[in-house]
Write a protein that binds this ligand. Structure first.
Ligand SMILES: Nc1ncnc2c1ncn2[C@@H]1O[C@H](COP(=O)(O)OP(=O)(O)OP(=O)(O)O)[C@@H](O)[C@H]1O
Ligand SMILES: [Mg+2]
Length: 276
């Protein structure tokens, strides 16, 4: 089943050559143009940052603590405004939060007094849809994130991994054009984390939106991403922009151990070390 997300208005068309010299045509969904931001005027966290995310792209931000990864997500989400420059979504300036942009953080507060399906349904708070449509969408997403059979459970009855799935489902149920994920799997154990990564890739395959993901794990970034951007705290911007080419389907165990995977991992590790 394919869930079609609504198209944004008039996105820019971008043509470029990838590292194999192949022509690529992509539609830009979100862009930061010459964005500067700081929490105080004395120190800018981001300086003249240019970053664009293509429709359907899985883009990951890597970089040392404090380099501004969460700040970028918050700017795109519309929680903060840039001091200079422009953040656009579908060619329009981002002026505040919108259901067109979903957000998932490391620890997502689920409501203890709501069941799994009620927590997911909370995602509709900004949207007016018929009860029938809401029920259909909640039911579909529960299947996609592997929570079938847990619809009536309360958060205290769930494992950490299941709670994160509820949070992902809550942000996906509104079919956002872009999903912003800030270290969403950092607080779960390694096995659960691998399972969640694989489910996220399957979800991304079926739901045609872009994902902007933040992690500290190089392995997680390589396994999940079409493209990785490494940020440098001293530059207040991008140090490296790297395309990742691994065979489809991406969620196979081979893609965690192959030579290609290891090469990307080594390359990224050295680039991160050089930044410090
Ligand atoms: N609300 C805030 N008020 C003041 N300074 C802040 C605030 N949030 C972040 N900062 C500062 O801005 C800089 C960038 O923070 P940000 O949270 O974006 O980094 P990050 O790359 O997400 O780091 P981490 O990997 O640790 O999550 C840091 O120096 C941080 O101390
Ligand atoms: Mg952060």
């Amino acid at each position: 089943m394919v869930v079609h997300m609504s198209q944004s208005s008039a996105p820019a068309s971008v043509s470029s050559l990838d590292q194999h010299g192949q022509a690529e045509t992509a539609q830009e969904i979100v862009s930061l143009d010459a964005v500067s931001f700081g929490y105080s005027r004395k120190r800018l966290v981001l300086q003249d940052l240019n970053l664009s995310i293509q429709q359907g792209e899985f883009l990951t931000l890597l970089g040392p603590s404090g380099c501004g990864k969460s700040t970028i997500l918050n700017l795109i989400a519309g929680f903060y405004k840039p001091l200079a420059g422009l953040v656009t979504h579908g060619g329009e300036e981002v002026k505040g939060p919108s259901a067109r942009r979903g957000v998932v953080f490391q620890s997502n507060a689920l409501f203890d007094w709501m069941t799994v399906e009620q927590n997911i349904g909370f995602g509709f708070r900004f949207q007016s849809l018929s009860k029938y449509e809401k029920r259909q969408r909640v039911d579909t997403i529960i299947g996609l994130v592997g929570l079938r059979g847990n619809e009536r459970k309360y958060p205290y009855q769930l494992s950490g991994g299941m709670r994160q799935r509820v949070a992902v489902a809550r942000s996906m149920v509104v079919q956002p054009e872009i999903l912003l994920m800030d270290e969403p799997f950092a607080a779960v154990d390694v096995q659960t984390r691998e399972g969640l990564q694989e489910e996220l890739l399957k979800l991304h395959e079926q739901v045609a939106g872009a994902i902007l993901f933040v992690t500290h794990s190089i392995e997680e970034a390589v396994f999940l991403s079409d493209r990785i951007v490494i940020l440098d705290r001293n530059l207040g911007g991008i140090a490296h922009d790297i395309k990742i080419h691994l065979p489809d389907p991406r969620y196979t165990a081979m893609n965690r151990v192959s030579d290609a995977f290891n090469q990307y991992r080594t390359d990224l590790y050295l680039k991160m070390k050089a930044i410090g």
